[in-house]
Design a protein. Sequence first.
Lengths: 123, 518
Amino acid sequence: MTRYFTKDHEWIAVEGDEATVGITDYAQGQLGDITFVEVPGVGAEVGKGDAASVVDSVKAASDVYAPVSGTVTVVNDALEDQPELVNTDPEGEGWLWKMTLSDTAELDSLMDEASYQSFISGL
Amino acid sequence: MNELNPSGWRPAMGASAPPDTIETFTGNRALQLEEALLFELGSPDRSGVDFDDIPDFDTALLGPNARKARLDLPGLSEPETVRHYTRLSRQNYAIDLGLFPLGSCTMKHNPRLDEKVARFPGFADVHPLQPVQTVQGALSAINELAVWLIELTGMHGVAMTPKAGAHGELCGLLCIRAALEAKGDPRAVILVPESAHGTNPATAAFAGYRVENIPATTDGRVDVDALKARLGPDVAGVMITNPNTCGLFESELKNIADAVHAIGGYVYCDGANFNAIVGRVRPGDLGVDAMHINLHKTFSTPHGGGGPGSGPVVLSEALSPFGPLPFTSRQADGSMKLIEEEQAHEEHPQAFGRMCAFHGQMGMFTRALTYILSHGADGLRQVSGDAVLNANYILRSLEDVLDAPFGAAGPCMHEALFSDDGFAEGFTTLDLAKGLIDEGYHPMTVYFPLVVHGAMLIEPTETESKAGLDQFIGAMRSLAERARAGDELLKSAPHLAPRRRLDETLAARKPKLVYKPA
């Protein structure tokens, strides 16, 4: 499994042509306490960069963008009652949705863990 | 000694104790009253009204709608009800109590003259369905306000009916949509810069457009190069807030408007901050095609707590034919006519429809017109000058203790923007805002605009005196220094309010919206 990161602070963990998407630890730290997560609909087709989900925090409502194009297959229902999972375990149990990838070449434009860490240290 | 007036009354002090150690039976603290919920105060056997006995009634007539359990409404007498709300109102903060620095909201004094005029029976006691010949004065007032708004903005027409800022945005975008469709060239995209109001992208999406963001430059303005690079035949228009949410004037607006017009698009300007430029800049001269004016901000009609607002939209010559119905029109004999659907096919055939059932917020129109007439053109010009001067006084008086991210870019407009940069580890904008409650102020706008980390947006408005500003600045300096020094007492503020710091996260995650008896 390989994990990629976007400049908008999403992560995507890819296994074959399936992937899991969430927001990074840095993102949840900036947003503060998450109060509500609106996940996409199962079966939704998303394009790379489309606003696919919304995360509400005590500070702001923020769009979460699809890191790559594909189709949403599963969403994290646990977030409905426990949006705080995005705060406590953003890159684990706080995942947002799973999707199939329509073009794995799109992953080439994303950052790996080391590049992302150096990207956020410059913010 | 002390026997000059031995027969007179002198206070004899008994024992004393620090106030916070003194308990009271009621929980009240002198005039700071603890107030229960209406449901807890009321009882089913009390009422403020005498009802007749309910006659026998066959509930079967109600079918499945018949209520099976008693409705749990609080029963209170009239004085109990009046006291409840009066007691609660004592815990309010209001513009009539002091400076209300809520950035972007323009909380300024509402002149009492405006209130008086709005209550004239000829304005207050009319009905929108009255025959037109019986409301000539009210229609004439709407028309006169429309003329002023057109003149002040240098535009061609105005749609008076939208009920608030975002409603006005929608009206403007529907005009753009109608104009493009009339040309047989419907387009898909509206560009919204990061420095625009938060409602702009929501409006564009609601109007059926795809929204694309344009980044801000490091000095807090629209990135003109990025915007121009994105212009193309699919772009219906741009929505620009000017002055923007960083409190800065978008000095490239004319340049942007020319580029947008060159590709056949339209320019929507969010005029929520028109109070900073009224009497000095006419948006029509900058190439704006549509702009809403928040009467409740620029022309000081009461707002807050959700309304009421009023958001007339001024329109360019290109968009005016598409403005919504109804509108007023003065006839050759001086009488007023109302253009509705029945007349529209002759006089306004391209109207896109209507924004609301009737003619808009009459009470706001009369207040705004009174504000304009009582200030006069020179007074309105002074309004914007004083609003900008006051904001800059705050900006420059605090920038040595609070980080002003765009302070170096020159003067601000009507609001001063600060960040939490420089606070001690673990101290946030929220802590400073809560501390401001202890100082007796409503907090400023926090965490908006999003482009600034830990944003604090302060809009003093033109109605504050220098003495009032100096006291606020003193309070802010004290709080900023405490945040920089890491004063732990600030982390738990407010200490002196009726309630301490509340768990806002829990309230948002698990809101209790329905009263249930314990």
